[in-house]
Ligand binder design. Structure first.
Ligand code: AMP
Ligand code: MG
Length: 487
């Protein structure tokens, strides 16, 4: 028998060295009995890591932060954040660590990060730990987002630690290893600004430019160009969420990335019925982060980023506010352009179709969907059949048949492209009842349902025989879905 050697991994420490004010050197808590629950072989290969080596004892020590590659400098990142509108001056990685930056064979630089790796100096009252269920949930949903083509942090592995985590009951603990373009957030800028040290803020902005929009360095106003690039990637991201029916659930400024990737899969969920007021998070009692509020909340969060960046935009604050206000004013147009382009694809509208006709079709359909409380995902997919002439599956979902038939006639008259629709409207999304079923089984040591769910979600646009139950809405008995934050 040959034993695969442990992984060799070289990690950079750009963040730790360039921004020591935002980084606390730290190490992970010992995992008494690490056991691999799931490894993302494809992502490992993309990163130039050998999956077999990651599966070894030494590999698991690396994936729990218990073995630190030579030269690496793990840190907890410090940031601030507006949480549900209230400002918290000092948050940070309370239960997470940035191990360092990894350069893949493709030359891309990415963060390797751990979640659930023990208390850090910014843990406040938290225990620094994470339970198996929520970490697998992040794995499943982030990988589903990736397969749907939506920018997201990735999940490399979930390793059970062998340590119990005290929640309502004692649950098995786990560490998630997460890969991201970076972990810079709006909250990072808020924290840097709050130090009152203009040099820290400038270094953070330069670091962000180098990592996410190097072209901004050559712009007439590099920091304005950075801000505009965040406006653009966030507008596109939130439009993608809206188009697929994703509810993030906790759009605090510390959960809004500079890269434009979705981060922090806590109380998130996908819509069943199309309803703008949908809220799944147990703590979002006011509906601040309801599905339909997400674009406006994104704009609010980006206003907070602008405030933090003011000292970079101009010497005197009045000029800076003017520049920031004008830039933020472009957010709605950026969002609308991204959303409308996405809706045109969802409805298979031909290129060159008159804007007024397209807008009429889109708006009227939204009204019909809302009034008829259709299942968001199933409805769009069945519209693809309708584009091919088979209108009954879509009609079955609707109560107001007269209204829908009139819309169908107008829509079919423009010649919708069913092929485009099938590549845009998924068959399979991580439906809440399926995710819960897989996590419950995994927590009781049966990883079969999780593996099958991951396989289904890896090819969301390809309808496959035998997988009908993965495409169906939740059974009535599943009831209203509630998710929990900070788990
Ligand atoms: P989140 O809503 O998941 O983004 O978390 C908000 C903040 O709480 C972040 O700073 C987290 O690091 C921190 N946090 C969440 N859960 C824990 C925990 N169990 N222990 C320590 N810090 C935590
Ligand atoms: Mg967070």
């Amino acid at each position: 028998m040959t034993v695969a050697p442990g992984p060799t991994l070289t990690l950079g420490y750009r963040f730790a060295s360039q921004l020591p004010e935002l980084a606390v050197r730290w190490q992970a808590e010992e995992a008494p009995q690490p056991r691999l629950l799931v490894l993302n072989d494809a992502l490992a290969a993309e990163l130039g890591l050998d999956p077999a080596a990651l599966r070894t004892e030494e590999g698991l020590r690396l994936l729990t932060g218990n073995a630190v590659p030579e030269g690496a400098t793990p840190v907890a990142q410090v940031y601030s954040g507006h949480q549900f509108g209230g400002y918290s001056p000092r948050l940070g990685d309370g239960r997470a660590l940035l191990l360092g930056e990894l350069t893949g064979p493709d030359g891309r630089l990415r963060d390797l990060h751990l979640k659930g790796s023990g208390r850090t100096p910014v843990a406040r009252g938290g225990d620094g730990l994470a339970a198996v269920g929520p970490m697998l949930r992040e794995y499943v949903i982030s990988e589903a987002m990736q397969a749907l083509g939506i920018p997201t942090t990735r999940a490399l592995a979930v390793v059970a630690t062998g340590r119990g985590v005290r929640r309502e009951t004692v649950l098995p603990g786990a560490v998630l290893s997460r890969v991201a373009s970076s972990h810079l957030r709006v909250g990072s800028f808020q924290y840097a600004a709050s130090t009152g040290d203009a040099d820290v803020l400038r270094r953070l902005a330069d670091h962000a430019i180098a990592r996410h929009c190097p072209a901004a360095a050559d712009a007439a106003q590099p920091y304005l160009a950075l801000y505009e690039s965040v406006l653009q990637v966030q507008a596109e991201l939130v439009a993608r969420w809206m188009l697929v029916g994703f509810v993030h659930g906790v759009m605090n400024t510390d959960n809004v990335t500079i890269s434009g990737e979705t981060i922090d899969y806590g109380p998130c969920a996908f819509l069943d019925v199309f309803d703008p007021a949908s809220v799944y998070s147990s703590i979002d009692t006011g509906g601040r982060y309801a599905y339909g509020n997400q674009p406006i909340v994104a704009e609010w969060n980006l206003a907070r980023l602008a405030e933090a960046m003011l000292p970079l935009l101009a010497e005197d604050s009045e000029t800076a506010v003017g520049i920031a206000t004008e830039a933020l004013g472009t957010f709605r147009a950026r969002y609308n352009a991204a959303w409308t382009a996405g809706m045109r694809a969802k409805l298979g509208l031909p290129e060159g179709l008159d804007d007024a006709v397209a807008t009429g079709l889109i708006d009227d359909l939204q009204t019909l969907m809302r009034e008829n409380r259709v299942d968001h995902t199933t409805f769009y997919r069945r519209l693809g059949d309708a584009a091919r002439g088979d209108v009954e599956p879509a009609r079955l979902l609707v109560l107001d048949l007269a209204g829908f038939d009139a819309w169908l006639e107008r829509w079919r008259a423009v010649g919708p492209d069913a092929g485009v629709m099938d590549l845009t409207n998924p068959v399979y999304i991580p439906r809440n009842h399926l995710v819960e079923e897989a996590l419950t089984a995994a927590t009781a040591d049966d990883l079969g349902p999780l593996q099958r769910l991951l396989e289904v979600l890896a090819r969301p646009f390809e309808e496959r025989p035998g997988l009908e139950r993965y495409a169906e809405p939740a059974p009535e008995a599943f009831g209203a879905y509630v998710t929990f934050c900070g788990t």
